[in-house]
Design a protein around this ligand. Structure first.
Ligand code: SF4
Length: 89
């Protein structure tokens, strides 16, 4: 399981979650509209969920139905980064 960042982060990017994450697995570029959690690195501590001022972060199994697509969006963000790195090598 992992934690997932959803719709309320879009356009907000408060970054409180980034500050509290003990494994530094929350990322975004300046051009991105929201932050994303790397599901392969998240240790499920829940610190980010408590820190988020707009309640955008949920444990994967508790993501509201309307925001379920964000589970895939978070995972794909890092998949695309890995693929881009491989191409550059
Ligand atoms: Fe980081 Fe913990 Fe949030 Fe996972 S649950 S993204 S490890 S703060």
């Amino acid at each position: 399981m992992t934690y997932v960042i959803t719709q309320p982060c879009v356009g907000v990017k408060n970054a409180s979650c980034v500050d509290v994450c003990p494994v530094d697995c929350i990322h975004a570029d300046d051009d991105d509209e929201q932050f994303f959690i790397n599901p392969q690195e998240c240790i499920d501590c829940g610190a980010c969920e408590a820190a988020c001022p707009v309640n955008a972060i949920f444990e994967e199994g508790s993501v509201p139905r309307r925001w379920k697509p964000f589970i895939q969006l978070n995972a794909e963000y890092f998949l695309k980064q890995r693929q881009a790195k491989k191409k550059r090598k």
